[in-house]
Design a protein around this ligand. Sequence first.
Ligand code: NAD
Length: 472
Amino acid sequence: MSDKNYSFFGAVERSFDKAARFTKWDSGLLNHIRQCNAVLQLRFPIKRDNGEIEVIEAYRVQHSHHKTPCKGGIRFAAEVNQDEVMALAALMTYKCTIVNVPFGGGKGGIKIDPKKYSVGELERITRRYTSELIKKNFIGPGIDVPAPDYGTGEREMSWVLDTYVSMRSGELDAAGCVTGKPITQGGVRGRREATGLGVFYGTREVCNIPDIMSKLSLPLGIENKRVIVQGLGNVGYWAAHFFQLAGAKVIALAEYEGAIFDEKGLDVEAVFQHRKKSGSILNFPGAKHIKHANEALELECDILIPAALENVINEENAPRIKAKIIGEGANGPLTPEADDYFAKKGTIVIPDMYLNAGGVTVSYFEWLKNLSHVRYGRMEKRFTENVHSSILNQIEELTGKKSNAHARELIMRGPDEVDFVYSGLEETMINATHEIMTVWKENPAIPDMRTAAYVVAINKVAIIYAELGIFP
Ligand code: NAD
């Protein structure tokens, strides 16, 4: 298996086909599911600050309309091309399906290196792109809902929203046309840490499955597990933070400038602050340096979380990786060759399509918040606190014992928005884990968890078409 001449979309199709063999669906239906339903190619002009006109290349792909709206980020990168946007849109369909988020997959891309443009130029590009999407009916709370991706964030999502609102004046649900917005513009609390938190919940759930842990000769649970994280960015930092909070030992952290190691466990927040201050992860007090950052991936550990880049684990270094569990925080950190290697070796690879779905899950919560026009917790927080208070008072009166101030505060507390978001995400990741594991257990010929995840996704999309009667 060393034909590497497949495109990114080709690689997704390849994984799809590998899994489709384990489903019962007709080849015509499977072929329909794989294809992108709509591909929008755009070329539009913008005026640079120096007065020159530049033609911008951009895309929006809606991979699947089995559920609407479509959902997926907008990427600003010099490498953007149609094949990549199609592949990412397809992965979004499967990702949303796996975590039971009722969207079809979508993705957008603008072929620019954002570092080479001023803020004013980026704003003009984002606004023009949005107005092109509006003209083509490729954006809207019930049509297609973008979000941040590489090179974009809350700022760009604000521009998308403002452009949409100004062109669709009076549309009641307009705030739901994009997610990943700042809280002041309809964003949801907990969105920023959502992907890293989802990585933690998903990995923890796998570590709670007795069969898997006994096959790996590891004790159940997350406590004291030795974890290595590559990338201290949005996904890696939050994942490492939540692992440490749950009692795991983050023994190594790798960044592009190098890696550090401490068998006793690193203080993630202290490392993060040290890097912020000094500009480097290196020279953290008490930690050992690892000469080449990538060597950190090869250290003895229980859980390895690559959360930086794609293709960092490939056929060259896979044989040196000692982790028993690899949790794909990043998109595509393993090449198909590495994947095949670990499937044979028995290493559990928790696939990106499922493990890093926390972002889109919480985007779904943001979209629901926008459609309901009310902050989570606003209606019930005070009521819940009053009920809890009455119950506690009754218990204290009947038993004649007073609870201490800390316990009282814990019991009394009504939920805030962030509590709903965290618990909704936790429930989502736990359910998704068990859906994937059940399919894998029922069909032991399935080689790995990624293929099992694809089987779950294909079945859920196919059943919708089958029930619609489109395919007998
Ligand atoms: P980010 O830019 O915040 O963080 C990436 C980090 O990796 C940076 O700190 C960077 O310095 C570091 N890095 C770069 N090269 C490295 C190297 N060679 N070795 C070690 N570290 C290196 O990006 P992010 O949002 O955390 O995304 C990381 C990955 O997760 C990407 O693959 C992205 O597609 C995926 N992802 C992100 C989200 C999200 O919500 N942010 C959701 C799903 C998937």
